[in-house]
Design a protein around this ligand. Sequence first.
Ligand code: ADP
Length: 496
Amino acid sequence: MTLQQNLDRAATLALPGLAVIDGKLVPAQSGKTFPNTTPRDGTVLNQVAECGPADIDAAVKAARASFEDGRWRGKPPREKKKIMFRLAELMERDFEDLALMETLDMGKPIRDSRGFDIASAVNSIRWYAEALDKVYGEVATTPAERLSFIVREPLGVVGAIIPWNFPLHMACWKVGPALAAGNSIVLKPAEQSPLTALKLGELALEAGVPPGVLNVVPGFGESAGQALARHMDVDLIAFTGSGEVGRKLMVYAGESNLKRVSLELGGKSPQIVFADAENLDEAADAAAWGIFFNQGEVCNAASRLLVEASIKDAFVEKVLARAGAYMPGDPLDPASTAGALVTEGQMKRVLSYVDVAQKEGAKLSLGGKRVRAESGGYYVEPTVFDNVLNTHTLAREEVFGPVLGVIAFKDEDEAVRIANDTVYGLASGLWTANISRAHRVSRKLRSGLVWINGWDACDITVPFGGAKQSGFGRDRSLHALEKYTELKGISVTYKV
Ligand code: ADP
């Protein structure tokens, strides 16, 4: 579709603005709404229900009732599977609308919404539907007069709090396994990007997910998010977002009902390029893509580029040559490879890191400025800093924008030391043709994911999550089911 076709279709989209609670589309009990804006040009897209504690309570009650009467968890596995497959089909039916909503809501290029976000979201629902009846319990080794078996049971009411950088994709990383495991869910999308989650709630009802099983409650973090995380009848908060909010969630859990918390937080992920890499052009492609994809608003963005000193200058040239390919354009233009940052505040924050990096003595090799200001939207050009030290703010704090810092290292030990010298531990990557080095270094890196000779080699089959202050708990793969279930051991004693 051309830019004009996208604009025409976007103009006729019916944008969802009501919460989905207990199978009904409802306004906030207070009647309040908030303006949902698009970072594409700063205009208001629609008004969205501003849910608060009363709405959260209604959603949790509906979820609990649906869990207790077994209308979802009690269904035969094949029926649950059929309904989840139907949901995936409906998401495909409405694929174009979902892609446009995602792009309008948070500013990402339409080619990524189509090629990545919505496609991955559909895949998550389908993958967990397929898995649903293939995970069995265990029988323990017990004395002859006893049979002990171990079953996994759904937790109950899952509160999912998700971020704005991949709104539907992140929602489905949680909704897929939580539903497959038999839970009931209250999903709180980020206030910056509520549209596709609301649409997901509507499609789930159409697919036959019973009322109350998937509730979607838009609202602000401090009110709706906090109310959900402090609720006495929520069993788990599954969260993706900032470390700052992650910390609060643990406090809320401690101060309320000791609900479980799983946290997928930020990162300052290092991509290490050794001089013996087989293909430095591919490594340079990955260095640029690793930081500029999704405008750098990626928790596992390759924001620290560690390059062996002997090739550093030549390698940086290669990266600079590729960075221009990520100059922001209209997110609705199918040719754009980068779009707008999610809000004006986020843009200002990113630009403030550019200032700090310059003040601290890093060398600005490319970019550093707002572009396309005349559109009214929030665009920042691809930005590269050379001569960054790992002590600089740019190397320590998550920027969540298209800003790369290049750090030189002299040998393998130093590379590992710098890579691990961070509070984060989400992902890391390395480029080398030396197989021993590849294995050795990958085992020394403290992160939940390590990519060798490729960046973001992501797949639903491999667990995603971090070490250290990048959080705990895993999304994706069968391991994700662990956090949405509880182990129960049942022992039968009988006469031999
Ligand atoms: P970012 O900094 O990337 O915007 P946040 O961690 O602030 O990410 O937001 C991620 C999600 O957490 C959003 O859905 C947001 O509304 C929610 N959130 C923010 N503050 C709180 C809070 N105090 N309690 C619960 N949820 C919150």
